[in-house]
Design a protein around this ligand. Sequence first.
Ligand code: PAF
Length: 280
Amino acid sequence: MITFSKVSETTEFIQNQKDNGKSIGFVPTMGALHKGHLELMKKAKSENDLLVVSIFVNPIQFNNPEDLEKYPRDLTKDKKLLEEINCDVLFAPSVKEMYPDEVIKKYDFGSLETAMEGASRPGHFNGVGVVVSKLFNICIPHKAYFGEKDFQQLAIIKKLVEMESFPIEIIACPTVREDDGLAMSSRNERLTKTERASAPFIYEVLNMALDNRELLCPNILRQYVLNQFSDRPEFNVEYFELADDVNLQPVTAWNESIGTIGFIAVNLGKVRLIDNIRII
Ligand code: PAF
């Protein structure tokens, strides 16, 4: 694996590979790699000649300084995992390398960014849009791979590709879960033992929502989900929303022709977790 920290060297190397007819699969990450990331990478590796991974904890997508400070970082361990899956190129820049100047770019993702994560984390999706756009320009991939756990982020990135006319195919990959159902996330590392034991309840409740969807209309189902947490004080639910899978607009009546997802964000102790489930 070749590791780069400089933008120009990374682009030059990858462009050279492309000129030699190689296809490039790209997985952007913030490190603290887990099995979910590795699944994206294995898929990218199997579908392309070269696997390029970036590790960059992007400060401008964190609206909470404590969250940024506590975000897990272990580049040595990450590099070992990348070597094991035969990653070809790692791009791991510094903040100064990525942002030599103040960031002034403002994206307008319309209604995609106003609900759920956008409402709960002001500025988050602009930060994601700015960094992913830069990473796409630096790593110039043919295909880029993202997990469906961050479903709203995936919708934003598809929109970004359309807005910026990036010649890149976005590949959505299913959420990878622990055996007990907890969606894999770098943030899980920060759960205490007791919180980790409680955490699978989130996916249990999402499945209860799915099981009850034929009995309850969307508004009642929303309330039903929130009620499940009423005698679980360790959870602080930020939102549970039922929204369509393209525009992410709230669903008010079931319609078999409208793909519908149940989205949840909860705080468990000091850790914020998100998950989702396909309802239709
Ligand atoms: O999903 C993530 O890890 C990040 O939001 C991403 C896409 C790498 C941008 O920083």
